[in-house]
Design a protein. Structure first.
Length: 159
């Protein structure tokens, strides 16, 4: 007899803070040991950073609205009531984490620091292993074949 699924994904640390800490670390290191992307910062870099950060905000908002319409929980420490496969979830299983990565990238450009960009892959690996992997195990145990079917046809990120 299979064990009951856990009540949630077991992620107790808010994932957006992981991205925030990466940005702050990059910013603080840049203050001590400057590693500018382009100095002095040209206007186009600021515009690109703003556009990428805004794209992250739009994607996050779309993910949140889709979850709310489906009537399921957003925080990973709450139980999920259904698998969401519409909106941005039709293209990626993790649009909110993807949106946070886009936002991070845009802000790193706005800050004009390589340090924050250097930390982005580290942050993404932490999110992938410590958060997404837990969420996927939880969803597989809670929703079984329904989640496995979704997982096989929809990429974790956009690739």
């Amino acid at each position: 007899m299979p064990a009951d699924p856990p009540p949630n994904a077991g992620v107790w640390f808010p994932p957006p803070l992981i991205y925030f800490f990466g940005l702050i670390a990059g910013y603080l290191i840049n203050r001590a040991v400057p590693l500018w992307i382009i100095s002095p910062e040209p206007r186009w870099l600021w515009r690109v950073g703003l556009a990428v950060a805004a794209a992250g905000v739009v994607l996050a908002a779309s993910g949140v609205v889709t979850f709310r319409r489906a009537g399921t929980s957003i925080p990973p420490n709450k139980p999920a009531t259904r698998i969401v496969t519409t909106g941005p979830y039709a293209y990626t299983r993790n649009p909110m984490y993807t949106s946070l990565a886009l936002f991070y990238f845009g802000v790193a450009l706005l800050l004009d620091t390589w340090w924050a960009l250097i930390f982005l892959p580290v942050v993404v690996v932490i999110i992938d292993r410590a958060v997404i992997a837990r969420e996927e195990r939880y969803l597989a145990s809670a929703f079984g074949e329904q989640y496995e079917s979704y997982r096989t046809r929809t990429p974790r990120w956009f690739w």
